[in-house]
Design a binder for this molecule. Structure first.
Ligand code: PMP
Length: 388
């Protein structure tokens, strides 16, 4: 295979070699973290150390962290778990959920399933041309029967940052209005794409439930966490051995969790440098692009994470552009890899572009810690050649 340059960090980040070491050490240990013998205790220590590290990164106590198989499961646990706990505590009451219109399929799909199968009344709020939900729309959609609000921290297709703090404040105000003994209302935010470069502190932002995924922060695939800052009631998705405080049964993925913990520790030390690096790369990429491919447009890039840029060209289809770049040795995404099967990212593009523009699609370029200035220059040059 020719040398490929990797510009798909939003789909999955490269594994940091320091993380691989931590994983290998945990994977080499026999036993089950729930066993009381020395082997079990050694693995339990690995899991607990990782829990403390993920907690420290996010400014919460270790008891707030529930490990899952990734963000898909964490999102399902948050959305379905919070809904089912509320529905069970208030049988016969018509309860509602308010959610962003650009949520990842794991949130959007869980909401659709709750609406179809369990009587949830789900209200989706739209997005402006910058790919952000408006707090006023969220406020207007909330009713005294709303038990969950779910709005992601940064969008996975566009990189657009959502007004999480403002929404957190609205939810806190609604909770105050209801007073003690009122219906509960939880605010969930999927921070998978934000955590690489933003200061994600859920308690400060009024977020009750926060989703993160290890493989979007230089850790392994197949492990993530749901962080619960204020003890929101949740029903587990399924029953079993009662691991993770009864919220997520199943023998812990000790090697994956150890890697996640190491990745969180590294990110706590390096996030600010990573963010500055990504911002510098973004600025030089956009400057070069303006010269080499002046017809390329950034979609909804006004307020976004530095490492994600969605580009479109008026004359060249996004899919074709992604394939042309792939043959030239550059791995970018045509929209979002998470919407595979359909036109990728189409739901999100349709929310911020008119129909004709949305139909042409575009490419998502995402980069980070290991991306060099020369990689970025070469990508700009390749784009110039592919789409003047
Ligand atoms: N949420 C967002 C915003 C994502 O980008 C992704 C990854 N595509 C997920 C959730 C799902 O994460 P995981 O792969 O860990 O299930």
């Amino acid at each position: 295979m020719q040398v490929m340059r990797y510009f798909d960090y939003a789909a999955s980040t490269p594994l940091d070699p320091r993380v691989a070491e931590a994983m290998a050490a945990a994977a080499a240990k026999p036993g089950n973290p729930s066993s009381i013998h020395a082997f079990g205790r050694a693995l339990r220590e690995d899991v607990d150390r990782a829990r403390a590290s993920v907690a420290r990164l996010l400014g919460v106590g270790p008891g707030a962290v529930t490990f899952t198989s990734g963000a898909t499961e964490a999102n399902a646990l948050a959305v379905m778990g919070a809904w089912r706990a509320a529905a069970r505590a208030h049988p016969g009451k018509k309860l509602t959920i308010v959610a962003g219109g650009l949520e990842h399929a794991s949130v959007a799909g869980s909401l659709a399933a709750l609406a179809a199968d369990e009587g949830a009344d789900v209200v989706l709020v739209g997005a402006d041309k910058d790919g952000a939900a408006s707090p006023a729309d969220v406020a207007a959609a909330m009713t005294p029967e709303t038990v969950l609000v779910s709005v992601m921290w940064a969008n996975n297709v566009l990189g657009s940052i959502q007004p999480v703090r403002e929404i957190g404040r609205l939810v806190a105000e609604e909770r105050m209005r209801r007073g003690a003994g009122g219906l509960p209302v939880a605010f969930h935010s999927d921070a998978v794409q934000a955590v690489r470069t933003e200061a994600v502190l859920p308690s400060e932002a009024g977020v009750d439930l926060l989703t993160v995924s290890a493989h979007k922060m230089y850790g392994p695939k197949g492990v993530g966490a749901l962080v619960r800052t204020s003890g929101s009631a949740l029903r587990p998705l399924y029953a079993g051995g009662g691991q993770e405080d009864g919220l997520r049964s199943g023998t812990e993925n000790a090697a994956g969790i150890a890697g996640f913990g190491r990745a969180a520790g590294i990110l706590a030390d390096e996030r600010e440098a990573d963010a500055a690096h990504a911002a510098a790369l973004r600025a030089s990429f956009l400057a070069e692009l303006a010269e080499r491919a002046p017809r390329m447009e950034v979609v909804a890039g006004a307020h976004s994470v530095p490492g994600i840029i969605f580009l479109r060209h008026p004359g060249v289809d996004g899919d074709l552009l992604a394939l042309t770049l792939d043959s030239a040795g550059f791995a970018v995404s045509a929209g979002s890899a998470c919407d595979s099967g359909k036109r990728k990212g189409s739901r999100v593009l349709a929310a911020v572009l008119d129909e004709r523009r949305a139909a042409h699609g575009g490419i998502r370029v995402s980069f980070g810690r290991s991306t060099g200035a020369s990689d970025i220059s070469e990508l700009a040059a390749a784009l110039g050649a592919a789409a003047k």
